[in-house]
Design a protein around this ligand. Sequence first.
Ligand code: MRU
Length: 367
Amino acid sequence: MNMDSDSSHSGNVPVSLKWIGQGDGHLVLLDQTRLPGQVEWLECRTVDSVIRAIQNLSVRGAPLIGIAGAYGLVVAAGEAMVKKLSHDATKTHLSMQAGKLAAARPTAVNLAWAVGRTLAVVESISKNAESRIFGESLLAEALAIHAEDRRLCESIGKHGAALLPEGDILTHCNTGSLATGGDGTALCVITTAWAQGRRFEVYADETRPLFQGARLTAWELVHRGIPVTVLVDSAAASLLKSGRIGSVIVGADRITASGDVANKIGTYGLAILAKAHGVPFFVAAPSSTFDLATREGSEIQIEQRHAEEVTVPMGIRVAPQGAKTFNPAFDVTPADLIHGIITEHGLICPVTRETILRGLESSRRPK
Ligand code: MRU
């Protein structure tokens, strides 16, 4: 389907997700499984279609699946209206659909966080309210989460650009407009530094098995006119040894109270390599990615994905039928390998329980 003219971020990167209409409207997603070859949008008019899009990575990236989940709950309110459910039955329907949406992918905390925050609005709806009020109230909250994420990205970009060391930059997976409601987290640090006049080369790990680096990060950077070099994941060690890389910067799916970071598979290895070569390793993430209820990385549930992603990547069989696979979508980087975490409030460095608490405290202070 076509989108109207306001459907792009700066640099003409199309928006990754958009709500159409009012509380009884629907969600439109840029289908990221088709990129970079085709720019196609998916219409989601049922909660099941939102869940499918999250699970097959049509929509992906921790902050963006949170936003999609929040809008998914507005879709659920529309379903309740069509079925003419009573007030109580609507509440039951919303809470069931919220449970399904939050469980669509287990590792990124942003999904359960955003769905929970949106569902909480239901408690303030009066028993006598018309049924359309559910959709309208949930939509207001989903739009607020979306708009907040845009602002968080901007702040992360500004803080990060100010402290990014000289030299070329290595990144992993995709952390840009395609992964957030704004211009990204780690990638926004890079694009903000570039917009401020800094000049460097961005090296993007291809990020097997689903190639978010090659397909999505390179696509975003090419659109923005920023030079990008794609490398196979296993070339990162040689690249770091070459001395060209001034910093490594990645995003996060969940950050524990101790500062352990779950992120795309391969991040942990990259952090070890960065340490071995004396290159600072940064994580950029909004405060909504911190999960202070989880003490350390070993407690994080890591999503395991289908064997075919490894044996038949992009539809080409590269391993024989009968071979088993090991395909975790994420890994955990221990806090002691991370030089600093860039949030919307600034830099958390060194990464410890105490500095994290202090760094996040600023979000609770009146502005
Ligand atoms: O499986 P994906 O593509 O959703 O994984 C995405 C990542 O690991 C990103 O690095 C993370 O969500 C941060 S996005 C700002």
